[in-house]
Design a protein around this ligand. Structure first.
Ligand SMILES: Nc1ncnc2c1ncn2[C@@H]1O[C@H](COP(=O)(O)OP(=O)(O)OP(=O)(O)O)[C@@H](O)[C@H]1O
Ligand SMILES: [Mg+2]
Length: 246
């Protein structure tokens, strides 16, 4: 096993609420891990803890064998981890290219970032709309631009927080196919938060389930989907029903 990310017993409290409670897991290079759980389960907080955007009360994080607990987000980004932001729009009055270029500015000059932004847009199939205003894009195009912006940081590991939330099933499958091709062709690793069960269950090789801040299940999609604690967390609905309703 080639372990890329290791999270050990991480906990974060907000006042009396334990948003993430003693969570441990590992991600291997080349994994596409689905992180699921009901609203408020702690998924985004877990991403923020891993990225150094939120300080843990306790626990450890290491990336590629290096301890990164308590390090600043920009340091962690330079070590090869990047995160998209749930519900944060692109800059609508900026071109697609400039939205993506922003991702590279942390460690590159503007000309270098522009070159990498162009390459990143090519990798997600959007070279032809590089000069369009981001505000005029369709939802599937926006999802691809977010992915390109993350790629422009030069990551090994990408944390994607609901980048496909506005997409229909076919559009989501297209983005997931793109994620798989980035994994297969470039050796990238992904953790993907999404609420759409069927897409997650069919495209990820491993699933981690959070509920009320705790990890309640982890494993192959088929095992997780049939896990009684997971079905219970989704209010007794079968995961198939959940997928049909969303
Ligand atoms: N900065 C904060 N201050 C106080 N409480 C917070 C903060 N951030 C998150 N929480 C709380 O922590 C819990 C977990 O929130 P989080 O956003 O991580 O959930 P989530 O699983 O990403 O949910 P969703 O599916 O709705 O995005 C929630 O009860 C939330 O209200
Ligand atoms: Mg969230």
């Amino acid at each position: 096993m080639d372990e890329l990310l290791k999270v050990e017993n991480i906990t974060r409290r907000f006042g009396g609420l334990t948003a993430v409670n003693d969570v441990s897991f590992s991600v291997n290079r080349g994994d596409i891990v689905g992180l699921i759980g009901p609203n408020g389960a702690g998924k985004t907080t877990l991403f923020n803890l891993v990225m150094g955007l939120t300080i843990p009360n306790s626990g450890k994080v290491s990336l590629d064998g290096q301890a990164i607990t308590g390090k600043k987000p920009n340091f962690i980004a330079r070590q090869g981890m990047t995160k998209t932001f749930q519900n944060v729009a692109l800059f609508p009055e900026m071109t697609v290219l400039n939205n993506v270029l922003v991702g590279g500015l942390l460690r590159l000059s503007i000309p270098e970032a522009r070159e990498l932004a162009q390459k990143s847009l090519a990798r997600v199939g959007l070279s032809d709309i590089a000069e369009k205003m981001a505000g005029s894009l369709s939802f599937p195009e926006r999802a691809r631009v977010e992915l390109a912006r993350a790629l422009c940081t030069g990551p090994k590991l990408l944390l994607l927080d609901e980048v496909m939330a506005a997409l229909n099933e076919a559009e989501m499958d297209a983005i997931l196919a793109l994620i798989k091709s980035l994994r297969d062709n470039e050796g990238l690793t992904f953790i993907v938060i999404e609420h759409h069960m069927r897409a997650i269950m069919t495209q990820c090789n491993r699933i981690i389930v959070l509920n009320f801040g705790q990890k309640i299940a982890e494993g192959a999609p088929v095992d997780v989907a049939n896990n009684p604690a997971v079905i219970e967390a989704y209010l007794g609905k079968s995961l198939e029903t959940e997928a049909e309703q969303s």
